[in-house]
Design a binder for this molecule. Structure first.
Ligand code: ADP
Ligand code: MG
Length: 334
């Protein structure tokens, strides 16, 4: 929501991994005083004004459910201010409004922006409380999510403060290379960059040249500027880089896919972590093409030219070639 509101800096503060308290503060355009209660209503969104918007939606979410759902199961404070108002603060418990007042002078919200504070999540739903992960588990998840969001938005500054300590600081207006280096914790000179394009499908990728990981934690994928965890894409990435990886190794990489918004359905999955492409095969091939280009660089001694068959297998679906080419893996990491 902060990103949708045009924020240039976003700060997240956690207490007990967010279970005790979680605050998201932004310097976005804020919510007008007379819209604050609407924002807290179920299915209320300011992000769709015309039917066409449904097909061209580029915001992070538009179902209008997040605020009321969270407010219903927590002690919830919404403070917001637009640039031409004094601001408003609403406090709810279990979804009931207990206070509704002028934005207090000591609020962290400045000239314009929004602060949402969630305290005692699930305090009124004891059954759900039990399913909460440990403090470190929850803050790990939040950090991972934040890294994904931050990669897609290098111009936005992010700060994660956990138990009073700075856990992640990303300054605003970073180049994508700076942002990738920061998230992967490497030098910019350690990044290999590549790009490929085909009929309005564009794939850019930034790879940690020498990075190997035991899991896919650092395989970052985005589609049209939002992070996804799509299996097809991940598969395309792993196959594209198979020549560099040993069995069980994963790359550290950020792959950004751009397709015309009407060609991708991002709402297949409630958490928007899966996507459905109209031209899945083409997307797969462009991803592969981008990574293949890295392999073809002269410094790469062990290029394995085995993906050409992909374009000929017409109806097997994109996952099939994986099996086909797997036995040909022969390369070693340099
Ligand atoms: P959605 O994001 O799907 O519209 P939410 O429940 O997350 O639904 O938010 C409801 C509405 O509240 C948004 O459409 C937006 O108008 C407003 N809103 C929420 N958070 C912010 C924010 N940080 N800055 C500005 N407006 C916000
Ligand atoms: Mg939202």
């Amino acid at each position: 929501n902060s990103i949708d509101a045009g924020a240039s800096e976003i700060r997240i503060e956690l207490e007990e991994g967010g279970r005790k308290k979680l605050t998201v503060l932004d310097d976005g355009f804020g919510i007008a005083g007379d819209e604050m209660l609407t924002a807290l209503e179920r299915h209320a969104t300011s992000k769709i004004t015309e039917l066409d918007d449904l097909w061209n939606l580029s915001t992070m979410g538009f179902r209008g459910e997040a605020l009321p759902s969270i407010a219903a199961v927590s002690r919830f404070t919404l403070e917001s201010r637009t640039s031409d108002e004094l601001g408003r603060a609403v406090y709810l418990e279990g979804g009931r409004i207990l206070r509704d007042e002028r934005l207090p002078a000591q609020s962290a919200v400045r000239a314009h922006g929004t602060a949402i504070t969630v305290e005692d999540l699930f305090f009124n739903v004891p059954a759900r409380l039990k399913f909460q992960k440990s403090r470190s588990g929850e803050s790990g998840h939040i950090r991972e999510l934040l890294e994904r969001i931050a990669l897609c938005n290098p111009a936005i500054g992010f700060q994660l403060i956990s138990e009073g300590r700075k856990s992640l600081t990303l300054s605003k207006n970073q180049s994508i290379q700076e942002r990738v280096a920061k998230i992967l914790d490497i030098k910019e000179s350690e990044i290999e960059e590549t790009e490929s394009q085909f009929e309005h499908i564009t794939v850019k990728a930034w790879l940690d040249r020498n990075g190997r990981a035991p899991n896919s934690r650092h395989v970052f994928l985005s589609v049209n500027g939002r992070m996804v965890r799509d299996k097809l894409l991940q598969q395309a990435v792993l196959i594209g880089l198979r020549a560099r990886m040993m069995e069980g190794e994963y790359p550290r990489i950020f792959v950004a896919v751009e397709v015309p918004p009407g060609e991708v359905d991002v709402n297949v999955h409630p958490a928007k972590s899966e996507v459905r492409f109209q031209r899945a095969r083409d997307v797969f091939q462009v991803v592969h093409g981008a990574l293949d280009r890295l392999e073809k660089k002269p410094t790469q001694a062990f290029y394995s030219p085995s993906i050409e068959g992909l374009s000929e297998t017409s109806d097997a679906g994109p996952a099939a070639p994986a099996q086909e080419i797997a036995p040909q893996r022969q390369a070693l990491p340099q």
